[in-house]
Structure formats: structure tokens, C-alpha cells
Design a protein around this ligand. Structure first.
Ligand code: GRG
Length: 301
């Protein structure tokens, strides 16, 4: 049985998984000697960086609960990682968070230029759906269609992009904890929710299992975002791979600004426990998922 109380095994497993995921992304990302080659280079520069790959790892972990093939898990995981990468590229642009560093190296618009970074984000977003819709992802067209619908909903205006809008309009404004929870659930929880539920969809485990994992993912995603907010206050720049202290500087509404450091840490623990409580229906089958949840809470980058 997995050591459910420790995040350490997940840290090791993620390091191994990063190699496999990088190979998968490498095989999916285009290359060209033609005039569009600069775009492809920028996509590769950002997607093949040093991300943790926590979202595709969640897809793989939930997929294993329902005996989903490795290929299906890797492709459904690659799709969410491509969208996550696009969001980071666009988030780093001067019009948004204006960050020069990402994952320990120059942001895409610094390494290339703003126009190329915008296009690289756009092309990564569309590639994600091309990957999901391909029959290599799953032989059943109904399953592929369900995944496309779920990822589109989580990534779009009612999910990540909508959360980013609320984030931007909340800068330097007094907002309550309920709105912060809403924006962070949308901005970060939505893609993590897709990742946790994708295994159930691929394994045709039924609506109840998929809905339970979606709820687990939303709650875990909010805890993940709170740890991100805490790392912005307490984290080490080298570990985090980008400038810290930016949230307070930008007047961002976060759980740390609303509840203080200790309050935010307690809230992350509470949300993780609530997410974990959803998993009882799966018994020991969900032990690896429980370990991922503990890793999310304990992470240092
Ligand atoms: C620009 C459409 C658009 C959306 C931006 C994702 C996002 C919304 C902004 C990025 C900044 C941020 C703090 C997002 C919250 C999600 C988050 C914690 C991202 C970092 O995810 P990790 O830690 O990063 O998984 P790695 O580098 O490991 O992949």
C-alpha cells in the first residue's frame, strides 16, 4: 500500500514521470525549418521547461484507479499540460503579471518577443484539443468528446480564463474570502479538477465517480493555489523559479492577504482534508491520489 501520510514517494515518482511526460510532449509538439519555426521553438521552449507536471501526474494517478492505458493517460495529461503552459506564457506578459522569469528561466516573451509569446500560447491551447480529439487518445469517440467538453469548460470563461479576469479586476480592491475562493477555484482549481476526473472519464467509470473526482480536484486545486500564495510570501526564489513577493506588490487578493499566513495555512489543510474525505468511496484504490494531495500541501515549489 502507498504511504498515504507522506509526500516523499510522490516527489520521487514525479521526478521519474517528468521524463516520460517530457518525451510525450516532445513527440506532440511540432518542429519546422520553415518560417513558422520560431513559433514552434517558443512553444517547445515553454512546454519542455522544468514544470512539475502535477496535472498530468494527477491524470495518470486517477487513470490507474480505473485501469486506463498509459497512452490514454499520457495524452489526456499532455492536453492539460499544454493548456497550463499557454496560461503561464500569457500570464507572464506585460499586460498581465509582467514576469520576466518562469520555471527558473526567462519567460517566453523575454526569450522571444511578445507577439511570438501570444502566438505560442494560442497554438498550445489549440494543440491541446487536437491531441484529445485524436483517436490515439481513446478508441471511443464518446469518451474523447466528453474529455474535450470537460477540458474546454474548465479552461474557458467559466473556469481558468474567467478566474484570471476576476483576479485582474480584484487588484487593489477590497474583496472578501468568498470571492477569493471563487477566483482561485476557477483560476487554478478548474484544471486540477479536469486532471483528477479525466481518469474516470477515460475508464468509463460512470458519472458518480467522475463527479466525485471533479469535486476532489476543485478542492485540492484551491489548496494548491493557497500553497502557491504562501510560497509567494515565504518561498525561496531559487526553489520557486520566479520572483516572490509579487502578490502583495501587485495588490492581489489572496487567502494570505485575507487570512494572514497562519490562517491561509490552516485553510489549505482544511480544504485538503475535505478533498480527501471525498475519496472514501474508492477505498484503497485511491491511496495514490491521497498521497498526491499530501504532496500538494507540502510542496516547496
Ligand atoms: C492567462 C488565460 C490565462 C490564465 C492565467 C494559470 C494562470 C491563469 C496564471 C498563472 C499564475 C498563477 C499563480 C496561476 C495559478 C496556478 C498556478 C499555481 C500555476 C503554477 O502551477 P505549477 O506550480 O507550475 O504547477 P509548474 O511550473 O510546476 O507547471
Amino acid at each position: 500500500m502507498t504511504d498515504v501520510l507522506s509526500a516523499a514517494p510522490v516527489r520521487e515518482a514525479l521526478a521519474d514521470f517528468a521524463e516520460t511526460m517530457t518525451e510525450t510532449l516532445d513527440s506532440l509538439l511540432p518542429v519546422s525549418d520553415g518560417p513558422e519555426g520560431r513559433l514552434y521553438e517558443a512553444m517547445r521552449y515553454s512546454a519542455l521547461g522544468t514544470g512539475k507536471f502535477i496535472r498530468p501526474y494527477l491524470v495518470k494517478t486517477s487513470g490507474r484507479m480505473f485501469e486506463v492505458s498509459e497512452t490514454s493517460c499520457l495524452r489526456a495529461g499532455a492536453a492539460v499540460e499544454l493548456i497550463h503552459t499557454y496560461s503561464l506564457i500569457h500570464d507572464d506578459l506585460p499586460a498581465m503579471d509582467d514576469d520576466d522569469m518562469r520555471r527558473g528561466r526567462r519567460s517566453c516573451h523575454i526569450a522571444y518577443d511578445e507577439a511570438t509569446a501570444i502566438l505560442a500560447g494560442d497554438a498550445l491551447l489549440t494543440l491541446a484539443f487536437e491531441v484529445l480529439a485524436d483517436e490515439t487518445t481513446h478508441p471511443d469517440a464518446g469518451v474523447r468528446s466528453a474529455l474535450v467538453t470537460m477540458l474546454a469548460a474548465r479552461a474557458g470563461g467559466a473556469g481558468m480564463v474567467g478566474g484570471q479576469m476576476i483576479d485582474l479586476v480584484s487588484e487593489h480592491v477590497d474583496v472578501d474570502a468568498a470571492l477569493i475562493a471563487r477566483l482561485e477555484t476557477m483560476k487554478t482549481g478548474a484544471l486540477i479538477s479536469y486532471s483528477a476526473a479525466a481518469g474516470a472519464v477515460l475508464g468509463k467509470a460512470g458519472d458518480e465517480a467522475a463527479n466525485t473526482l471533479e469535486t476532489f480536484g476543485f478542492e485540492l486545486g484551491l489548496a494548491f493555489q493557497i500553497t502557491d500564495d504562501l510560497l509567494d510570501v515565504e518561498g525561496d526564489e531559487d526553489d520557486v523559479g520566479k520572483k516572490v513577493g509579487k502578490d502583495a506588490e501587485a495588490g492581489k487578493a489572496t487567502f494570505v492577504s485575507a487570512l494572514g499566513v497562519d490562517g491561509a495555512r490552516r485553510e489549505a489543510r482544511r480544504l485538503t482534508d475535505r478533498a480527501l474525505s471525498r475519496l472514501y468511496v474508492f477505498g484503497e484504490q485511491a491511496d495514490e491520489l491521497r498521497a498526491v494531495a499530501e504532496f500538494v500541501l507540502a510542496r516547496k515549489n
